[in-house]
Ligand binder design. Structure first.
Ligand SMILES: Cc1cc2nc3c(=O)[nH]c(=O)nc-3n(C[C@H](O)[C@H](O)[C@H](O)COP(=O)(O)OP(=O)(O)OC[C@H]3O[C@@H](n4cnc5c(N)ncnc54)[C@H](O)[C@@H]3O)c2cc1C
Ligand SMILES: *[C@@H]1O[C@H](CO)[C@@H](O)[C@H](O)[C@H]1NC(C)=O
Ligand SMILES: *[C@@H]1O[C@H](CO)[C@@H](O)[C@H](O)[C@H]1NC(C)=O
Ligand SMILES: *[C@@H]1O[C@H](CO)[C@@H](O)[C@H](O)[C@H]1NC(C)=O
Ligand SMILES: *[C@@H]1O[C@H](CO)[C@@H](O)[C@H](O)[C@H]1NC(C)=O
Ligand SMILES: *[C@@H]1O[C@H](CO)[C@@H](O)[C@H](O)[C@H]1NC(C)=O
Length: 566
């Protein structure tokens, strides 16, 4: 963020004679609530107001005085702790002056980018009280379900956090009614419900709901608001295409239903209009389907050089339409190996509703072609037919560490002809040569995602013409210098994006949940032609900008902390 905002600050100075910045209250400022006010809030929320303790400090309070490695790296563990998020860098306050760092081994810690107090929500009334308190006292509000966010949007310094992890209701029905119409079999989940819980509970009922391959991501948190991609999306659409209703507390504290009949504009925004900009979701209702088996292929191939890795990428691109016969999905992840010119390419292909033998026939042509690339070697190959709930299920997510990412949705047209795969090869080669540590490919579009283009939602049209979603992540360890960190954070815009654009085209869209906070034109990159409509909906439901997150609708009016208007 530090690279994007200097330009914005400069323009704020130009206008400083015309408009005064409006700032939210911080500890010590005149309008910060006094002790009695906080105590009153605490009473209203049943004693569930807690100070936010940074994870490293929290660990010291545990038996033995520290977190085990298993705890430290567990998404499940972190999701329950108000002062923990998955990616430590978003808590570090790198952009604060001075920076307020807090590492696992720090002897003393600042609060960094973490909130001040949190409400550990158990009821809708808790949410309403916290929202009204923040609004009355002009506080920065932050909302978190799992703390998974790759853009750091579930934390903010000096904020009041609404932590939804304890809202874990799961309710099934065979007849979900909207405006008297029966929309069929559905599951309603609270924002503290993890995807892994949805897969296990639907399994017990012979059903499945559309979600990502992740353990602790929360459907009724940021996932659906972004769009929600899944290996099942080519078959059944994006997760947000399959949501029937939200219940949400908006900025004035009222609890609203949003569906096709009631508050339909808000329903439009909540499906793809970006996480964290609309209110506090207290439940989401997803369609469920009779469950089924899928054949899963897992292939790992080692490439000795960047050239070989790029050649494998070309072959995969040439065969990317092979899976369309069954509307399959695929994760194709390339990772460089440490201190070596080699990299490992991993392909997980999910082929719904077919047997092992049928699956083998679909995979065989691309596997043969990949193994014909000179120098490559097959590390492992497995294939299994499984219940799709078990395919999507993960036991935990790996958390901890520092990372950022940038991404683009790659149009299906970019893969066509001979030129498509050749461009893929060139782009992979150049990305690797430029130092990209990983290139994460997701075949989670096309098929039903394209067929759902007529659904009226805020999902950017770029999703409807896309074939894949490509991410270039980058990370660092705690010993990195602030200058190095700044360089790594800027690398997607400066170095990787110009390369990727040879494949995506210059005006491609990106998936707002797995993306770069430094996108200079996030409005069009994430929301395409929908931004003006989203801005109007924001004004209607949140005129005072209580819900502001980095790269969210309305965030252009605020500094990077959402603390002062610019
Ligand atoms: C391991 C891993 C795997 C992933 N896999 C996938 C995948 O397969 N497909 C996919 O599409 N995405 C995937 N994602 C990205 C995921 O969709 C986003 O990280 C998403 O924002 C997580 O939402 P959350 O509520 O769990 O996280 P949080 O960090 O708690 O919140 C994320 C955002 O949502 C807002 N928010 C959270 N709860 C609420 C609420 N109750 N009401 C309103 N706003 C809220 C927050 O303010 C923040 O802006 C993955 C992420 C991780 C870390
Ligand atoms: C809120 O009240 C509970 C119960 O009385 C108490 O344990 C907690 O410390 C209070 N929170 C704050 C921030 O004082
Ligand atoms: C890679 O090289 C660096 C510096 O030469 C060294 O410190 C590190 O241990 C090496 N890592 C591995 C995995 O070999
Ligand atoms: C689904 O796959 C399992 C193996 O994991 C198998 O036992 C079962 O018979 C399959 N079900 C159907 C309907 O084919
Ligand atoms: C979209 O089009 C399909 C047919 O192509 C139709 O079945 C569906 O009802 C349409 N959906 C909407 C929201 O218009
Ligand atoms: C703390 O741990 C990090 C790695 O997580 C390491 O780079 C750093 O040197 C350590 N600092 C101290 C003081 O031990």
């Amino acid at each position: 963020m530090s690279l994007r905002f200097p330009a914005l600050i400069a323009s704020a100075l130009v206008f400083s004679g015309q408009a005064l910045a409006k700032c939210r209250n911080t500890p010590g400022s005149a309008g910060w609530p006094d002790e009695a006010s906080w105590r009153a809030l605490n009473t209203t929320v049943g004693g569930r107001l807690v100070p936010v303790v940074p994870l490293p400090e929290y660990c010291k309070t545990l038996p033995g005085g520290e977190c085990t490695d298993d705890q430290w790296t567990s998404g499940l563990f972190r999701s329950q702790i108000p002062g923990a998020i998955d990616q430590d860098n978003w808590a570090q306050g790198y952009d604060l002056s001075p920076p307020s760092l807090c590492f696992r081994n720090s002897s003393s810690c600042g609060q960094g980018d973490l909130p001040f107090y949190a409400v550990e929500v158990e009821t809708v009334a808790d949410v309403q009280a916290a929202v009204k308190f923040a609004s009355t006292h002009n506080l920065r509000l932050a909302v978190k379900s799992s703390g998974h966010d790759y853009l750091g949007r579930s934390t903010a310094p000096n904020s009041l956090l609404i932590h939804m992890a304890k809202v874990t209701n799961v309710d099934f029905t065979d007849n979900f009614l909207v405006d008297g119409k029966n929309l069929g079999s559905a599951v309603t989940v609270g924002p503290g419900v993890h995807l892994q819980d949805i897969y296990m509970q639907t399994k017990a009922r012979g059903k499945i709901a559309i979600g990502g391959t992740a353990a602790t991501v929360c459907a009724a948190g940021g996932y659906l608001q972004g769009a929600g991609h899944s290996a099942l999306s080519p078959l059944l659409g994006l997760s947000a295409d399959n949501v029937l209703e939200f219940q949400i507390v908006v900025a004035d504290g009222t609890l609203l239903k949003a569906n096709n009949a009631e508050n339909a504009d808000l329903f439009y925004a909540l499906r793809g209009g970006g996480a964290g900009s609309w209110g506090v979701i207290v439940s989401a209702t997803l369609s469920t389907f009779p469950t089924f088996n899928a054949t899963v292929s897992l292939i790992q191939i080692q490439a000795p050089t960047n050239a070989a890795a790029a050649a494998i990428a070309r072959v995969n691109a040439k065969h990317i339409f092979d899976f369309d016969v069954v509307r399959g999905g695929q994760y194709f992840y390339l990772r460089r190996q440490l201190n070596s010119s080699a990299s490992l390419f991993q392909f997980e292909t999910i082929l719904p509703k077919i047997t092992l033998d049928e699956g083998r026939d679909i995979i065989a042509p691309s596997l043969q072609d990949m193994l014909a690339v000179p120098g490559v070697s097959l590390v492992s190959e497995e294939m299994e037919e499984m219940l799709v709930n078990d395919v999507l299920y993960n036991a935990d997510d790996n958390a901890g560490g520092n990372g950022v990412m940038g991404s683009r949705l790659i149009p299906a047209a970019s893969y066509e002809g001979l030129e498509g795969p050749a461009t893929v090869e060139k782009v992979y080669r150049e990305l690797l040569d430029a130092g990209a540590p990983e290139i994460l490919g997701h075949l989670v579009a096309g098929g039903q995602v394209s067929a759902n283009a007529n659904i009226s939602s805020a999902i950017t049209p770029a999703w409807r013409t896309a074939k894949t979603h490509l991410i270039v992540p980058a990370g660092w360890d705690d010993s990195a210098s602030l200058d190095d960190i700044k360089q790594i954070r800027g690398a997607f815009q400066h170095t990787f994006l110009p390369i990727l654009e040879q494949l995506s085209g210059p005006d491609a869209g990106a998936y707002s949940n797995e993306a770069d906070t430094l996108e200079p034109n996030f409005q069009t990159t994430f929301f395409g032609p929908n931004y003006a409509k989203l801005t109007a909906i924001k004004k209607k439901y949140d005129a005072e900008d209580l819900f502001i997150v980095a790269t969210g609708v309305g965030s252009e009016r605020w500094d990077q902390w959402g603390m002062c208007t610019i």
